[in-house]
Structure formats: C-alpha cells, structure tokens
Ligand binder design. Structure first.
Ligand code: LMG
Ligand code: NDP
Ligand code: PMR
Length: 401
C-alpha cells in the first residue's frame, strides 16, 4: 500500500525516453521478439516509459573519455609523451560485455580507436548482436565465450585467449548476476551458490590465471579492475538497506558454499540479495589483496569502483516488476544516485585507460559533477585479515591450492 501511495505521487507526465543506440538496440531486440534472455524484460519496462533525462554535458557515445580527478594521483608507470606516440593498440578483456555496463565500456573504449576489446560473454550471439547494434567496428572487438558459472569454462577461455596471441593489457571483471527474489539457491557447474560462484569465484580464478598474461604485457599501464558496489559497503546509506552484506567468519564459504551446510558465505540462511552484496564485498577485498600481493612485483594497477546506480540495466531482470518500474525514478529523483549506462561506461573506461586513474589499490567513485575520487570502503570491505582469509579459502575452492 505504501508503495502504491508512493507510486501515485509520480507525476503523470513522467515519460521515459532513452536515447541513442543502446535504446535502439534494446527496442530492436524487443520488437523483433528475439528473446536473448530474461535480461530484456527489465529493459522492456524502461522502454514503456520514458525518463526525461537531463541533458548530459557530452553527447551520448562521445568518443572522449574525460577524467577530472579530485585527488591528484600521479601514476607511477605511465608512458612518456614520446612513448605514447608510438603506443600500440591496447587489448582489454571485459567480462559480461553483452549488456549494461560492460557493453557501454566496450563501446567507449572502442570509440577511442586505441583499444581492441575482447568481449568475454556467456551468450556469444547476444554479444555479437549487441556490439553491432551499438555501432562497434569489427576490427575493434572480438567476442569470446566465457561462462563464469563454470570453472572449466574459465580455464577454456584462458586457453582460447592465449591462442589468439594477443597481449593482455587490461582485464575488467564486470559480469554479475543478482537474484533478489529467489527463494532457493541455485548453483554453478561446480556446485557453488550462483551469485558468489559467478561474481566472485569465477572472477577469482580468471584473474589469477590471467595475471601471468598481464605480467607479460609490455603496455605502459597494465590494469586489473574488479567492479564493486556501494551496496556492499555498510558505511553508506545504500549499504544499510537490508539485507546487509556480511561475510562473518567465512564458515559457509569454507564449507563449500554448496547448500549442504550453507549456501551463504557467513553460514546463514539463503538470501539472494545478501549473496549478491556479499559477492561484491568479495570483489572489493580481492582487488585489495591482489594489490598487496602483486602490485609492487608486477607493476599492474589493481582497482575497483562504484560506477553509480545504473538503474536500467539487466541486473534487475529478476526483481519484481514493481521494483523495476519504481527503481529508476527513485534513484533519479530521490537519491540522485542514477547514472545512464553510457555515463557509467565512460567512468569504467576511465579506470581502464585514463593516466590520472593509474593508482593501484583504489576504489573509485564519482561525485555529482562526474569527477572521480578515491572513495573509502566499509570496515569489512577493507579488512586485510578477511581479505587474506577469503583469498586462501577461494584458492582451495577453485583448485589453485
Ligand atoms: C526486498 O524487497 C526483499 O524483501 C529482500 O528480501 C531483498 O530481496 C531485497 O534488496 C533486495 O528486496 C525489495 C523491496 C520490495 O522492499 C524494499 O525495498 C523495502 C523498502 C520499500 C519501502 C519503500 C517505501 C518508499 C519510501 C521512499 C520514499 C519515497 C516516497 C515518495 C515521496 C516523494 C516525496 C517527494 O519493494 C518493491 O518491490 C518495490 C520497491 C521499490 C523500491 C524502490 C524505492 C521505491 C520508492 C518509491 C518512490 C518512487 C518515487 C518516484 C519518484 C517520485 C518523484 C516525486
Ligand atoms: P547486466 O545484467 O546488464 O550485465 C551483466 C553482464 O554479466 C551481462 O553481460 C551478463 O550476460 C553477464 N553475465 C552474467 N552471468 C554470467 C556468466 N555466468 N558468465 C559470463 N557472463 C555473465 O548488469 P550491469 O551492467 O548492471 O552489471 C555490470 C556490473 O556492474 C556488475 O558487476 C554489477 O555488480 C555492477 N554494478 C551495477 C550497478 C547497477 O546499478 N546496475 C551498480 C554497481 C555495480 P548476459 O547478457 O548473457 O545476461
Ligand atoms: Mg538502493 C543514496 C542512496 C542510495 C543509493 C546510491 C542506492 C544505490 N540506493 C540508495 C538508497 C536506497 N535504496 C533506499 C533508501 C532504499 C529503500 C527504499 C533502497 C532500496 C533498494 C533496493 C530494494 N536499493 C536497491 C535495492 C535493490 O534491489 C538494489 C540492490 O541492492 O541490488 C543489490 C538496490 C540498489 N541501490 C543502489 C544500487 C547501486 C543498487 C543496485 C545495484 C548494486 O549494488 O549493484
């Protein structure tokens, strides 16, 4: 009832009009009736309505990636202007580049003409179509199969990538699943609870295996980025919306996360929304542990970020329809945390390639003027002891120890 009342407060003129090629892509996939996945359901809703977007300072899909860092952070390993002139095209692997943030980032990087993007996706056809639809040129991307919900697939991806003989300059761990309405857990191929299995364990193995490839790259600024989120950080309002992230003493993870003892990291009852938030804490802890273990030795920059609330993406495909309807206007007009997919893509593209965001061990965020700054993680998401324990337990689960 409260929600109905809140909804009735919505101005009747609220209309949704998403602009640009992304929207055209979403419309096309809807109109053709070709259902790639449930993901489009969430987007269909936003196509029915049109949010009158404030005009952004830059046109959609502008090729310019700007960074206005609040904290000046001189990068340690950038190329000199002389070197840059002759710098080859970089190769960036982006997981989950078939929609949302991953697709927008791939597009932003491709548009610079300085990057070749490996779109590492579970649905090859969907990714191919998405890339074409947003106008990426064939020579700027390669779609390769990767299902993070299978450790075997992760290993196969690494093999296939190596066979391309491309160098690896940047790895972006972006893909994720969110199951807020699931009553029962579902599991990955190896039997781990799906959200943590995909978002954390799949990426954990991928990043460990590809670290060697990153090390071998001669690119002036090699980076590994793991997408985090505000909702995993309990030092924020958003992170205090129940259920809150909490890894506890990792007893559930240590016992296999397979539903026999527990399918939650802390050993508690299954809660899909909490599992997602826990997985984001794992992502942020992993980034810092990688930084502590490997930054000095390898020169690789490790970073995480919260790109803003991209309330229209497929991430919310499994949420109740009322939520998908109200969430974008709520974020846009009430919390003001909303960002478009395009803007979020430009932010992540900055973390990939902007010289001023070359500092390692940082969790980046952006203020309302789209200026980047080094943000503070919550107590748990910056707990070095927990990060070490998470590392050790995860190594065992993915077969690295
Ligand atoms: C939970 O349900 C599950 O229970 C949990 O298990 C887990 O899965 C979790 O994070 C995942 O989801 C989700 C949700 C169900 O429940 C809640 O979020 C509980 C809080 C809902 C309380 C909403 C009250 C609204 C208070 C906000 C104040 C706004 C009032 C407007 C006044 C404007 C004055 C200027 O809920 C749903 O399924 C739908 C809920 C959608 C949540 C998004 C927030 C809705 C806010 C509605 C306002 C919309 C206004 C649009 C803009 C108006 C512009 C004037
Ligand atoms: P989307 O659902 O649009 O994108 C998620 C991507 O992950 C899709 O390409 C999806 O593939 C892919 N994916 C899911 N499961 C697998 C798997 N098993 N193997 C390979 N790929 C997989 O969501 P977003 O763009 O919103 O999410 C991107 C990242 O941004 C996530 O890490 C999320 O946690 C983070 N984030 C999102 C926020 C938001 O407000 N939306 C806020 C903060 C962080 P497919 O297309 O086949 O479904
Ligand atoms: Mg949240 C400043 C306030 C803020 C921000 C930036 C977010 C981001 N959210 C905020 C506030 C609130 N949210 C408040 C006050 C509520 C209660 C009405 C609220 C509710 C809410 C729900 C039910 N919010 C959500 C959900 C989800 O299901 C989303 C989620 O938790 O996914 C894990 C979500 C989100 N809010 C955000 C962001 C970025 C999300 C989603 C994505 C993510 O963390 O990746």
């Amino acid at each position: 009832m409260a929600l109905q009342a809140a909804y009735s407060l919505l101005p009747s003129t609220v209309s949704i009009r998403k602009e640009g090629k992304f929207n055209a892509y979403l419309k096309e996939t809807t109109l053709t009736g070709f259902s790639f996945s449930n993901h489009l359901k969430a987007d269909n809703i936003s196509n029915l309505l049109t949010i009158k977007e404030q005009r952004r300072q830059s046109p959609r899909f502008s090729t310019v990636i700007r960074a206005q860092t609040v904290t000046a952070t001189p990068p340690s390993n950038e190329a000199s202007p002389e070197q840059k002139k002759t710098q080859r095209k970089g190769t960036a692997v982006i997981t989950g580049a078939s929609s949302g943030l991953g697709l927008a980032t791939a597009k932003a990087l491709a548009d610079t003409g300085k990057w070749h993007v490996i779109m590492a996706c579970r649905n090859f056809l969907k990714a191919e179509k998405a890339a074409k639809f947003v106008g990426m040129s064939k020579e700027d991307y390669t779609v390769m199969h990767l299902d993070l919900a299978s450790l075997e697939s992760v290993k196969q991806f690494v093999d296939s990538f190596r066979r391309t003989e491309r160098p690896l300059d940047v790895l972006v761990c972006n893909a994720a699943v969110y199951q807020p309405t699931a009553k029962e857990p579902s599991f990955t191929a190896e039997g781990f609870e799906l959200s943590v299995g995909t978002n954390h364990l799949g990426h954990f193995l991928l990043s460990r295996l590809l670290l060697d490839d990153l090390k071998q790259s001669d690119y002036p600024s090699k980076r590994m980025i793991i997408v985090g989120s505000i909702t995993g950080n309990t030092n924020t309002l958003a992170g205090n919306v129940p259920p809150k992230a909490n890894l506890g003493d990792l007893r559930g993870l240590a016992s296999g996360l397979n539903g026999q003892n527990s399918s939650m990291i802390d050993g508690g009852e299954y809660d899909g929304a909490k599992a997602y938030k826990d997985s984001k804490v794992c992502n942020m802890l992993t980034m810092q542990e990688l930084h502590r273990r490997y930054h000095e030795e390898t020169g690789v920059t490790f970073a995480s970020l919260y790109p803003g609330c991209i309330a229209t993406t497929g991430l919310f495909r499994e949420h109740v329809p009322l939520f998908r309807l109200l969430f974008p206007p709520f974020q846009k007009y009430i919390t003001k945390g909303y960002v478009s997919e395009e803007e979020a893509g430009k932010r992540l593209a900055q973390v990939v390639s902007d010289p001023s965001l070359g500092k390692s061990g940082v969790y980046w965020s952006w203020n309302n003027n789209s200026s980047s700054f080094e943000n503070q993680l919550s107590k748990e998401a910056s707990d070095a002891e927990k990060a070490k324990k998470l590392w050790e337990v995860s190594e065992k689960l993915v077969g690295l120890a």
